[in-house]
Design a protein around this ligand. Structure first.
Ligand SMILES: *Cc1c(COP(=O)(O)O)cnc(C)c1O
Length: 441
């Protein structure tokens, strides 16, 4: 049995589905993370996205304003701050729920990985002579014919499938998305309408990924985007840190030892929040404090991070949990091992929240800031409250942060929602109202 860095009250809270804040005992312990990725790869990913920008701009007119870059706004949210942040300082939202092209944070990693593969194929085939060529040649018939010989496959609860399917099909690839039964019907429909093949699996997320992986491995013209083990996804996500640094500078928000930055990131298998954490730690070091947020029913990254380097992450089933949550994208039973090792000494902690909390926060985001997100994307709102708990205070004192809280910035990373159909969103709102007034029938 793998040893876990968990106290027995923490293990009890996990088993009983009670929200908790777990502080990472291996934080700032470099020996705990022997095989960290190379930070140079973040810049390589950023450069690739710049090379492809003219292509993306032609494929997706909504990218005209940003010259082909896929980026979200950094929003000051003072009303939300007053409602959720007892710690002082200021609270902002990094609005990845509105990322163009894919409507979720998956637009960062998923699109980067497909571009890596397309670039590699085009260079090998001589359609691109080198990386300084005009990439708009990739929109010409020769490139489309090349891409059309290949399938891009992925296993997904929904959002990764949307991202891979949309960019894959746009470039001319055949795209197949393996989905678990719990995937939303509107996401399947949206993909099918774009010519993407949706393969449904009567199993959970990891099983859908495994099935897709096996099918693709048997076909040399199939490329599998492996959410549980993908440096290409990870580095696509990490680019967000470079973009955020620029946005903070533009808004004259300081980040240093006297002006700490706290970031609350929804976590599923770990690639997106892990990549962003890796990027942020590379840029801001000890001045940034990253916390992952997970549903009480699916704390897979908490269990993965509570292990040690090289350990197989412990599945949430071992704690009697069934991944019973409406939080798409976070409904994952086992963390990505590779990601756990990559951020083992960089992540400050993980907190969990109930679905009732998610719905309440979803409603607050709508009422206070007029932002429409999906339930998973609201989970970061619990962060400042968790950090003001006894455990949170312990973290602030241990890192001598308590005297700087008036000058701190708290960043809630909202990760999906802008593609949610209105009827579906209205359902979320009714559920939120129902859950806040349980006696009203
Ligand atoms: C996928 C996803 C996440 C988390 O990303 P992981 O790489 O799976 O950890 C968070 N929020 C939403 C809405 C997602 O779709």
């Amino acid at each position: 049995m793998t040893h876990l860095h968990l106290t027995s009250p923490q293990a009890d809270a996990l088993r009983s589905g009670t929200p908790l804040l777990w502080l990472n005992p291996q934080y700032q312990t470099p020996a705990a993370a022997p095989a960290r990725p190379d930070t140079a790869e973040i810049y390589a990913a950023e450069a690739r996205l710049v090379r492809f920008a003219p292509v993306l701009q032609q494929l997706f007119p909504e990218l005209d304003a940003s010259n082909g870059l896929i980026e979200s706004d950094l929003l000051p949210t003072p009303a939300l701050h007053n409602a959720i942040n007892p710690l002082g300082g200021q609270t902002l939202i990094k609005a990845d729920h509105a990322l163009p092209v894919a409507g979720s944070i998956k637009a960062r990693g998923g699109i980067h990985e497909v571009l890596c593969f397309a670039e590699q194929l085009a260079l090998e085939a001589g359609i691109l002579n080198n990386i300084h060529d005009d990439y708009r040649q990739l929109l010409q018939p020769a490139a489309i014919a090349l891409f059309n010989r290949y399938e891009i496959a992925v296993g997904s609860t929904g959002n990764l499938g949307l991202s891979i399917g949309i960019i894959g099909a746009a470039l001319g690839f055949k795209a197949s998305v393996h989905m678990s039964v719990d995937a939303k019907e509107w996401k399947k429909t949206r993909l099918r309408n774009r010519g993407v093949t949706v393969v449904e699996h009567n199993a959970d997320y990891s099983a859908a990924v495994a099935a897709g992986r096996a099918q693709a491995a048997a076909d040399p013209f199939s490329y599998f985007v492996d959410d549980e083990n993908s440096p290409r996804l990870f580095m696509g996500y990490a680019v967000a840190a470079l973009r955020l640094k620029q946005q903070l500078a533009t808004q004259q928000i300081l980040v240093d030892q006297q002006h700490p930055l706290f970031v609350y990131l929804p976590a599923g298998v770990g690639g997106a929040p892990g990549g962003i954490t890796f990027g942020l730690k590379a840029l801001f070091g000890d001045s940034v404090h990253c916390f992952f947020a997970e549903p009480v029913q699916a704390p897979c990254m908490l269990l993965g991070m509570a292990g040690s380097a090289g350990n197989e992450p412990v599945p949430v089933y071992d704690f009697g949990l069934q991944i019973d949550t409406d939080a798409d994208g976070l409904a994952v039973g086992t963390a990505a091992k590779w990601v756990c090792d990559a951020v083992r000494d960089g992540l400050s902690g993980v907190f969990t929240a109930t679905d009732s909390q998610l719905y309440q926060q979803l409603l607050q985001l709508k009422q206070l800031e007029n932002l429409q997100v999906e339930p998973s994307a609201a989970i970061g709102c619990a962060g400042p409250g968790m950090l003001s708990s006894a455990e949170g205070q312990q973290y602030l004192q241990a890192h001598k942060l308590d005297q700087h809280m008036d000058q701190a910035t708290h960043l809630i990373w909202t990760t999906g929602g802008s593609f949610v159909p209105d009827s579906e969103y209205k359902g979320y709102i009714s559920k939120a109202i129902e859950k806040s007034n349980p006696k009203v029938s």
